[in-house]
Design a protein. Structure first.
Length: 158
């Protein structure tokens, strides 16, 4: 199963949904697709669409997913990485009115550069990476918050 996560932004993100849907229509993707679309008004006869998915249900869906395809939000990416999922991520872009700025570009680029995810920018990227998905061995992240807890504790202590 493929899980598509667009987050809860108040802006649309049709580009990513159309990429995944087209890959399914063309027979490249055989898996079932569940999509959490947020504010993006989208309907599909080949994908299961949900406006919002409660957090507990989302965690269960991420756990079941073979692939998580998401916007460049740190929450969506790290939630999937914490469950050792393969992630394709696409940055929302200001020029398409998908976000207020292009900060997701840097985030997706960095996660990709470090080997945690695969960055996709268009349909061709998606298809190329999907065809070799079984060869993708994502780097395992370390989620260690001890340093930040230490800084906060020291700050509060003063």
């Amino acid at each position: 199963m493929i899980l598509v996560i667009l987050g809860t932004q108040d802006k649309q993100f049709y580009r990513l949904l159309k990429i995944v849907e087209n890959a399914k229509k063309k027979g490249i993707v055989k898996d079932n697709i569940i999509a959490q679309v947020g504010s993006t008004e989208f309907s599909s006869d080949i994908m299961e669409i949900h406006e919002y998915i409660p957090e507990d249900n989302m965690k269960k869906l991420i756990e079941k997913a073979d692939l998580v395809v998401c916007h460049g939000g740190v929450g969506a990416i790290t939630d999937a990485l914490k469950m050792n999922k393969k992630v394709f991520s696409m940055a929302r872009l200001k020029m398409y009115n998908e976000h207020r700025n292009d900060h997701q570009v840097q985030l997706v680029d960095k996660f990709n550069e470090l080997g945690y995810i695969k960055k996709i920018s268009d349909y061709d990227d998606f298809v190329r990476e999907y065809k070799v998905l079984n060869k993708f061995k994502p780097r395992k992240p370390k989620f260690d918050n001890t340093r930040i807890l230490e800084l906060v504790s020291n700050f509060i202590g003063k």
